[in-house]
Design a protein around this ligand. Structure first.
Ligand code: PCA
Length: 219
């Protein structure tokens, strides 16, 4: 029996009519990669609705691992997010027209949570696979960071969390998006998808160093 892995992507937001996170994630839906059976779910780019959609999907699939993926337009490579912060501070409106400033994701929650992914081991695996990647120390303050924080809060609160992993990965624009955003970096859908497959295959690797990543701490 394989383990369940929940893979989420977002719907398009802002000026874009496509979101590479959903395009990549949905191409992996139903696949078995390593020991994981992959369930792909789309989350709305909505501060108010994304958290409930994530909780519903976690309830439906009881995943052992949750990987949330989002678009980071302009970044040149796949970025493994190391830390989620308890802050919503939107530069643009979300898909409901909401634009919170200086609000907490979870009122009274810790300032930050570390990713539960072995980000350095994943960086090494991606580099070995020839996929451009780096570790990021900010997932921003828009819906992606909010869902990353919500995910880490859920895993932290889950009393059955033994063995559960989760975290957030940002991906670049697709070439067709970069064509209309001047001077923006991009990555092909096949490279992004190969990157996500590589992450899934190595998500249980033991972190090479690690004061924090791979352990369960609020900061
Ligand atoms: N990227 C946005 C939200 C949805 C997405 O794909 C972000 O980085 O916050």
């Amino acid at each position: 029996m394989s383990n369940n892995l929940l893979l989420t992507g977002f719907d398009p937001f802002g000026a874009d009519s496509i979101n590479p996170s959903w395009e990549a994630v949905r191409s992996l839906h139903g696949r078995t990669i390593g020991k994981y059976h992959v369930h792909a779910v789309q989350l709305p780019t909505s501060f108010a609705r994304a958290g409930a959609a994530l909780r519903e999907a976690m309830g439906a699939y009881a995943p052992d691992t949750v990987l949330c993926i989002g678009q980071a337009g302009g970044r040149p490579d796949i970025t493994l997010e190391r830390v989620a912060i308890n802050l919503m501070d939107a530069r643009i409106a979300d898909n409901d027209g909401a634009q919170p400033t200086d609000d907490e994701v979870i009122p009274g929650g810790p300032a930050a949570y570390w990713s539960l992914l072995p980000v350095k081991a994943l960086r090494q695996a991606l580099q070995a696979a020839g996929i451009p990647c780096s570790i990021s120390y900010t997932a921003g303050t828009f819906v992606c960071n909010a869902i990353f924080y919500t995910l880490m809060h859920e895993l932290h609160m889950d009393s059955n969390r033994t063995g559960k992993r989760g975290g957030f990965v940002h991906i670049p624009y697709l070439p067709e998006q970069a064509a209309v955003h001047s001077n923006a970096a991009s990555m092909s859908l096949s490279s992004i998808t190969h990157g996500l497959e590589t992450i899934i295959l190595h998500v249980d690797d033991v972190e090479q160093t690690g004061c924090s990543a791979g352990t369960l701490h609020g900061a």
